[in-house]
Design a protein around this ligand. Structure first.
Ligand SMILES: Cc1cc2nc3c(=O)[nH]c(=O)nc-3n(C[C@H](O)[C@H](O)[C@H](O)COP(=O)(O)OP(=O)(O)OC[C@H]3O[C@@H](n4cnc5c(N)ncnc54)[C@H](O)[C@@H]3O)c2cc1C
Length: 379
């Protein structure tokens, strides 16, 4: 593994950093307050090719490697974590499973619009009573001629308010438990599809989480993704990749917080000198930098292993665990360095601190990542 980014990866990093600074930074706080989905900047990200980065060009994507993708999510999240997750879900949780498990017809039908960002995607696995225990789905799909009739609901679905295409999961065989789950590609125009409440949240406030309701929604049988009963496997494989996206998001938030803390510590004076002159602050900055770097290296390793075409569940879980835990810690210290001002909305570290928390929860909580890591070690 090369620790340096190659020329193309470095180009992507510079391009995304400039874009995020110029276009996302000025609107991030306004959207955090209003919770309004940032459709205009998401369209701009699509224009830059950020919505289907790893989709091959023949299906309308950028055909880039996972390290480039990780770097792009990091750079977007360094400025705003909401934009980071919007992008990560479309790339990792929607384009990926269609690419990896879809038929040629499904890939041709859905990937070009998703990868170009002409249409946005969402991923519906979680239900009110099936969170960590994702295998205990209550949504059902019953075959009726050349259609499935899907009934049930999903909760906390990122991008739901703007997405037109979703990858969702439902039981085709209730008796079979997790082995009876199947995956489907659905469209928001299908009769019986509707959206529920728009979540009002602590952080990533403009990333559009809503409930999905399926009231005897009819889905063409050709929209079954993979085979009947393969859904749980598809969900877990998809989340492996998603965890690289969320680890990258966590690294980005933490780097953003570190950058702000360094800047503030050089400007803020107490006892007649900048607070950066005090060893307590210097040590916090040093520890923060070490934690960000450690998280980034683990994240890059997971992306690198994925790019090699090898199994990467373990590496992705470790990256997500360390990156999200470190992110929370780093954001806490960044706020501490800002003192009382960091507790106000005048300073961006207040938003980073709120945004950081979700990285320990979604796409598998930190407890779940520990389960994945230990189950590999104790095999
Ligand atoms: C902002 C946001 C966006 C989201 N986006 C999506 C999305 O786009 N698509 C989607 O499908 N889902 C999404 N989710 C759902 C998210 O993935 C779940 O919230 C998460 O998996 C945890 O499930 P839960 O909330 O039901 O918590 P629970 O499963 O109820 O867990 C509660 C606590 O118990 C712990 N716990 C549970 N079981 C065990 C165990 N066996 N051992 C040890 N500890 C355990 C958990 O770690 C956690 O600390 C989103 C959630 C949020 C908040």
């Amino acid at each position: 593994m090369d620790f340096n980014l190659n020329e193309q990866q470095e180009m992507i990093r510079t391009m995304v950093r400039e874009f995020a600074e110029k276009e996302i930074k000025p609107i991030a706080m306004k959207h955090d307050e209003s919770m309004e989905f940032p459709i205009e900047t998401v369209k701009m990200m699509a224009g830059l090719g950020l919505m289907g980065m790893m989709v091959p060009p023949e299906y309308g994507g950028g055909g880039t490697d996972p390290v480039s993708y990780s770097v792009a999510v990091e750079e977007v999240s360094r400025v705003d974590a909401s934009h980071g997750v919007i992008m990560s879900v479309n790339n990792s949780l929607v384009c990926y499973p269609i690419l990896a498990f879809g038929t040629e017809e499904q890939k041709k039908k859905y990937l070009p619009d998703l990868a170009s960002g002409a249409k946005l995607g969402g991923f519906g696995l979680t239900e009110p009573n099936a969170g960590t225990d994702a295998g205990s789905q209550k949504t059902t799909a019953v075959k009726d001629g050349d259609e499935y009739v899907i009934t049930g609901s999903k909760t906390f679905i990122t991008n739901a308010c703007a997405a037109e295409t979703f990858v969702i999961f439902a039981m085709t065989d209730i008796e079979a438990g997790a082995r009876g789950i199947s995956a489907f590609i659905i469209e928001n125009s299908y009769p019986g599809f509707s959206l529920g409440k728009y979540e009002d949240k602590l952080g990533i406030r403009c990333s559009g989480q809503q409930e999905l309701f399926f009231d005897e929604m009819r889905v063409p049988a050709e929209n079954l993704l993979g085979e009947e009963g393969q859904g749980f496997k598809i969900a877990m494989a998809t989340l492996d990749g998603g965890r690289i996206g969320i680890a990258s998001q966590a690294v980005g938030i933490a780097q953003g917080a570190l950058d702000e803390a360094i800047e503030y510590s050089k400007q803020r004076e107490q006892f007649g000198k900048p607070i950066a002159a005090f060893q307590a602050i210097q040590w916090m900055i040093a520890d923060m930098a070490a934690q960000v770097d450690a998280a980034r290296l683990l994240t890059r390793r997971a992306a690198f292993v994925k790019g090699e075409g090898k199994r990467y569940s373990y590496e992705a879980a470790m990256a997500k665990l360390v990156a999200s835990e470190n992110c929370m810690w780093v954001c806490d210290k960044a706020l501490q360095i800002h003192g009382g001002y960091g507790y106000t909305k005048e300073y961006v570290v207040e938003r980073f601190f709120r945004d950081a928390k979700i990285t320990q929860i979604y796409e598998g909580t930190s407890e779940v990542q520990r389960m994945v890591i230990s189950s590999t070690l104790l095999r």
